[in-house]
Design a protein around this ligand. Sequence first.
Ligand SMILES: Cc1ncc(COP(=O)(O)O)c(C=O)c1O
Length: 325
Amino acid sequence: MSTTTSVSSTPSTNAELMARRRAALPAGLGQTHEIFVQHADNAEVWDVEGQRYLDFAGGISVLNSGHRHPAVVAAVQAQLAHYTHTCFQVLAYEPYVALAEKLNARAPGAAAEGEQRIHWKSFFMTTGAEAVENAIKIARAATGRPGVIAFGGGFHGRTLMGLALTGKVSPYKKSFGPFPAEVYHAPFPSPRHGVSIEDSLYAIEHLFKADIEPSRVAAILLEPVQGEGGFHIAPIEWVQRLRQICDQHGILLIADEVQTCAGRTGRWLACEHWYEHAGIAPDLITMAKSMAGGMPISAVLGRSALMDAPAPGGLGGTYAGNPLA
Ligand SMILES: Cc1ncc(COP(=O)(O)O)c(C=O)c1O
């Protein structure tokens, strides 16, 4: 029997590894830099040739706390000594519940008194796209309606529903359709692109006239700050008007905070700014990326009455909310 040498034990140059990558991997997996990492620490990365870099990418907004933060490494190591996987729906574990409690307590309105208090519930998936998919599932189950309105330039993941919601054809949606039905797009306000708040709201009213009646719309989905779309901040006056439209028609407002969560806008969640400045909160929130400092986990948070709409078994996944993450 012939023996094979472990490929990873052979020192290589970036150019050699790029050649192997091209031969072994499909072209659809883009590569921004022709560099292969050897190790990383906090904000620094060293490639296989020993070259040192400052990492401004952070794994696409995943490493707000840097590479291998000591607290993250210690938590993963401690967990490894106990159990790595059980599938939460089959055999539950306390840290899952503790994390949900922690996130629920930090969501907008959770600490308010009396009728103002919002009771949040959360559960976990693995990727941002899965969190978005599940927020839509919950919105549809809770409202009994099919429609979703998203925005031009928005990015919501690479699954088919994520792509349906994404408002950018090239390179994400090109050649992958057809996508799930009942998804509509309106323009996101952007002075840079000459789109005013009124333009965006007019487009939504137009959708209600031309494409779908508001009573069939389950949710309006937006990023508090568009990431892939070019870093456009959702103006607070626009979010207030969206909240009004939602309240008027029984539509749910979903904040996709996959990229904006974990302190990226100066608050744990970007929608905390909405709550502080205008007293408004979304109905559902998605989180992922930096919430776990480099470990793969995502979350869906929602007002408790909505979160209980799907029947038992309707939510979850084999690895969703993995203990190591
Ligand atoms: C706002 C937003 N939603 C969803 C996603 C998809 O997340 P993932 O790549 O983890 O599936 C992204 C990823 O960039 C994102 O920025």
